[in-house]
Design a protein around this ligand. Structure first.
Ligand code: ADP
Length: 401
């Protein structure tokens, strides 16, 4: 029997998200989420996607990732999709930071694990949890290929002029300080899907991808290769996000330390968790912000305007970086759903060949689609991202014989 299934695991510090896919037709067989691992009130939600099965939920303590993965395995087994099935080809793991070491998805061995561990100082929040997920899955099925798919890999094609900060080279290199970029799996998938939507070869198409979720990043993709992206050493740089500030003058940090008396950790929390939309207006959900804007709420309007202003700056910058732009594509929770954000982001950019058709922009759909007027010089598109499918595809490509 040919093994055609791939389990995708996205392990966070207290959660594991998973999907089981059949790569013969990229269909989803099951998906789910374990939350609050390590607490009394852990919760597992499992949804079988074959035969219209209903979701199952259970709550109660799940002490660690090992117990979480065993609970997931039991749920899958109850649907006849157990991890011991000969049909399972591999487990694909999302790994946030691959540094400069990992430019492609990689089959995990001890050396790879050691290198991901070496990168913990540049990704202290994410890589430890990703590592735990891989180690746990490996212990459960030692014979099965485990593949690490890195958020940063797609961005390793950036030229040095885009990847380096203009700071002392020796200091930067000593601390591995450079622009790595994140959301790479999404940018890779969406830029390729945009070329498909245009009926063109990705190698011929230049795309600006705007991944606007709670975290948000933009990328400039030239002929399928990333040449610039808005996130940097960490996911803090770039666009205004749900709770992150995006770009600020670095001197804001010195000022907060010297004049505001704040500690490094307090500033870290301020900029990563209490800034962006939530810091500006108290809400980070774009639906709620739009509702407030429509009711005339001034703070919500200012937050929206700052969000759009930053977005426009990056669109303009990436038009300049690419020289010729074939498409600007919106994706992720905000990009796929918030028509007012798409409208405002390209308003006034006719000079760059950008416009949206109001009727097309208002259509709600889960399908990739164009929202620019017929015959527009630059296509404006909405392409739902699918990071799990991309991880599964990259994993399967590496292990399928
Ligand atoms: P992440 O993966 O970064 O957590 P998502 O891509 O799932 O984020 O996006 C989540 C965000 O998408 C929400 O915080 C909300 O702002 C936005 N969002 C989701 N649905 C809608 C909608 N219908 N209209 C406007 N914004 C939406």
């Amino acid at each position: 029997m040919t093994a055609t299934r791939v389990l995708v695991l996205n392990s966070g510090s207290s959660s594991v998200k998973y999907q089981l896919l059949d790569m013969r037709d990229s269909s989803r067989l099951a998906m789910g989420l374990v939350e609050r691992i390590g607490e009394e009130s852990s919760r597992l939600k499992h949804t079988p996607l074959t035969d219209g099965g209903a979701s199952r939920e259970r709550t109660g303590p799940i002490p660690d990732h090992d117990a979480a993965l065993k609970a997931v395995a039991a749920e899958l087994a109850a649907d006849g999709l157990g991890l011991d099935s000969p049909e399972l080809a591999a487990i694909g793991h999302r790994v946030v930071h691959g540094g400069q070491s990992f430019t492609h998805p990689t089959v995990v061995d001890d050396t790879v694990l050691a290198e991901i561990e070496r990168l913990i100082p540049v990704a202290p929040l994410h890589n430890p949890a990703n590592l735990t997920g891989i180690r746990t899955a490996r212990a459960l099925r030692p014979d099965l290929p485990q593949v690490a798919v890195f958020d940063t890999a797609f961005h390793t094609t950036m030229p040095e002029s885009a990847a380096r900060y203009a700071i002392d080279v020796e200091t930067a290199d000593a601390h591995r300080i450079r622009r790595y970029g994140f959301h790479g799996t999404s940018h890779a998938y969406v830029s390729r899907a945009t070329a498909e939507l245009l009926g063109r070869d990705p190698a011929e198409v230049n795309v600006i991808v705007l991944h606007l979720g709670n975290g948000a990043s933009a990328s400039a993709v030239e002929g399928g290769r990333c040449v610039d992206t808005s996130m940097g050493l960490t996911p803090l740089e770039g666009l205004v996000m749900g709770t992150r500030s995006g770009d600020v003058d670095p001197a804001v940090i010195f000022h907060l330390m010297r004049v505001g008396g704040m500690s490094t950790d307090e500033i870290d929390t301020l900029l990563n968790k209490k800034s962006g939309l939530i810091g500006l207006c108290g809400d980070n959900d774009m639906r709620e912000i739009r509702r407030r804007v429509d009711e005339g709420d001034e703070r919500a309007k200012l937050a929206f305007d700052i969000y759009i202003h930053r977005l426009k700056k990056y669109i303009g910058a990436y038009c300049a970086v690419l020289g010729r732009v074939d498409a600007v594509t919106f994706t992720a929770g905000v990009g796929e759903n918030a028509a007012p954000v798409r409208e405002a982001a390209v308003a006034g950019l006719e000079g760059l060949g950008l416009a949206v058709d109001d009727e097309l922009n208002a259509v709600r759909s889960g399908e990739p689609r164009l929202i620019s007027p017929a015959g527009a010089r630059v296509a404006v598109a909405v392409v739902p991202t699918d990071e799990e499918l991309e991880i599964a595809t990259q994993t399967y490509a590496l292990v399928a014989i």
